[in-house]
Ligand binder design. Structure first.
Ligand SMILES: [Zn+2]
Length: 413
C-alpha cells in the first residue's frame, strides 16, 4: 500500500490542497493560496511535499496577470490507483481507476452473489488481481479497494446486515475476508452512496452545490452530498429513497417497511407489471422464471424506446413514482440537482429524466426559490463501482483519514 510519511503530520491541509488541485485540473500556487486562505509560503511547502510524493506535477505556465506568468500545477493521475468492486444480485463489476478517478480497466461477471461468500470473495480477489495485471498497474500504487453493495450494512465492521441475496452473506465479514484474499485494504460502502460521491469527484456537478442521486440497479437507493462529502446520518444507512413508503396499506417489503417505492417503480416491479399486461409479455418474450430480471427489464425499456405504448406506459408510471421520490429528496435536503445513476436508468434514461424533471418542476417545495435540475450520471452503468474506487481515493487522500463515525479501510493483515 502506498503511504506518505508526511501525510500523518498535516492531513487536513494537504488533503484540502490536493482536492482543490484535483477539482481545478490546473491551478497556480497563488490561486491555491486565495482559495484556502493559507499563506503563499505554506502553499509552496505543501505543493513541494505533494510533488515529492509524485502526487502533483508542474504543468506549464498560466496566463500572465500583470506580472510574470505563474507555473500551473496539476494532479499526476498515474501516481496512485484504486479499485472499485460492486456486488449486485446477479453481477459483479470491477473497475480500476487512476488518481483522477478515470477508469483504466474494467471487467464484469455473473453469478458471484449467489455463491456463499467463502467461495465468492476469493473469486472476486482473483479477478481483481487479473485486472491489475492486465492493466499493468503497479500494486504498490494501489491505495485499496472500495467494495460496494446494497442493503443495510455495518460499515465500520465491514459486514452486510442483509440476508440478500442469500442467508450466508448476513453478518459475514466481507471487507476483512476480501482484504485477506487480496493483500490490499478494503472499505465497505453502500452502492448508491458510492455512485453519489463519484459524480462529485469526476466533475459532473458543481462541487459547491448540494446534490442528490437516485441510483437504480436491481433495487433503488440514493445519496446526498453536501460540500463534497456524503451525508452519512447515524450509521451510514442514509437516503434509502427506494424504501420510503408510498402506500401505508401496501405489501410487506423484505426491508421491514410496507408499500416501499422499490416495489412499485423498480425493475422487478416493472417485470411483474409487464407479465400481467395482456399481450406485452408475449410480444417481448418475457420469461417469468428468469432470475436475471434486469435483462427482462432491459427488454421493456427497449420496447418503450421503440414506441410500444404498453411498455412506455409502464415505464412512465415508474418514472412518475421516481419523480415523487425526487420531490421528497428535494424537499428534505433542498438540493440543487438530482443525478440519475445506475444500469437501470441506462435502458430508458431519456424517458425517466423527462418525467422526473416534470414532477420536480411542478411539486418541489422551494421551486420558486430555485430550480432543481435532473441530470444523467457521467459514470453510467458503472457508477457504483467507479464510486467505490473514488471513495477509497477520497478517504485516503483528500479527507486524510476517515472521521470517527466512518469506516476505516480494513487493513490487509
Ligand atoms: Zn422496503
Amino acid at each position: 500500500m502506498a503511504t506518505s510519511p508526511i501525510w500523518a503530520s498535516r492531513p487536513k491541509t494537504r488533503g484540502r490542497v490536493l482536492d482543490l488541485i484535483r477539482a481545478a485540473r490546473t491551478i497556480t500556487r497563488i490561486e491555491l493560496a486565495e482559495a484556502t486562505g493559507l499563506t503563499g509560503a505554506t502553499i509552496s511547502e505543501v505543493v513541494r511535499e505533494l510533488m515529492g510524493d509524485g502526487l502533483v506535477v508542474e504543468a506549464g505556465r498560466g496566463a500572465p496577470t500583470g506580472g510574470k506568468p505563474r507555473t500551473l500545477v496539476q494532479l499526476n493521475p498515474l501516481a496512485r490507483y484504486s479499485v472499485g468492486v460492486q456486488l449486485e444480485r446477479n453481477t459483479c463489476v470491477i473497475v480500476v481507476v487512476d488518481l483522477a478517478g478515470r477508469q483504466v480497466a474494467r471487467t464484469s461477471f455473473h453469478g458471484v452473489a449467489q455463491m456463499p461468500p467463502q467461495q465468492a470473495l476469493p473469486l472476486v480477489a482473483a479477478q481483481v488481481d487479473a485486472l491489475l495485471t492486465t492493466a499493468a498497474v503497479d500494486r504498490d500504487k494501489v491505495l485499496g479497494v472500495g467494495l460496494v453493495s446494497y442493503g443495510p450494512q455495518d460499515r465500520r465492521a465491514g459486514v452486510l446486515l442483509t440476508p440478500q441475496p442469500t442467508d450466508a452473506w448476513l453478518d459475514y465479514p466481507v471487507a476483512r475476508r476480501l482484504a485477506e484474499s487480496l493483500g490490499l485494504p478494503v472499505l465497505l460502502d453502500n452502492d448508491a452512496a458510492a455512485a453519489t460521491i463519484g459524480e462529485y469527484w469526476l466533475g459532473a456537478v458543481d462541487p459547491r452545490s448540494t446534490y442528490g442521486c437516485i441510483y437504480m440497479a436491481s433495487g433503488i437507493g440514493g445519496g446526498v452530498v453536501v460540500a463534497g462529502e456524503l451525508y452519512r446520518g447515524s450509521s451510514s444507512n442514509s437516503v434509502e429513497i427506494g424504501h420510503i413508503s408510498i402506500d401505508v396499506n401496501g405489501e410487506q417489503c423484505p426491508c421491514g417497511n410496507v408499500g416501499c417505492l422499490e416495489n412499485y417503480a423498480g425493475p422487478s416491479a416493472l417485470v411483474r407489471q409487464a407479465l400481467a399486461t395482456p399481450g406485452l409479455a408475449q410480444r417481448l418474450a418475457l420469461n417469468p422464471t428468469d432470475a436475471d430480471f434486469l435483462s427482462e427489464f432491459a427488454r421493456i425499456g427497449a420496447a418503450a424506446n421503440a414506441g410500444d405504448p404498453a411498455a412506455r406506459g409502464l415505464l412512465e408510471q415508474s418514472a412518475r413514482y421516481l419523480g415523487f421520490a425526487a420531490v421528497t429528496m428535494a424537499s428534505l435536503f433542498d438540493v440543487d440537482a438530482i443525478v440519475l445513476a445506475g444500469p437501470s436508468f441506462a435502458v430508458a434514461g431519456s424517458i425517466y429524466q423527462a418525467v422526473i424533471q416534470q414532477e420536480v418542476d411542478r411539486r418541489t417545495f422551494a421551486r420558486r426559490a430555485h430550480r432543481v435540475r435532473v441530470v444523467p450520471s457521467v459514470n453510467g452503468s458503472d457508477a457504483a463501482a467507479i464510486g467505490g474506487a473514488v471513495l477509497v481515493l477520497q478517504s485516503e487522500l483528500t479527507l486524510g483519514h476517515p472521521r470517527q463515525e466512518d469506516a476505516r479501510p480494513v487493513p490487509a493483515s
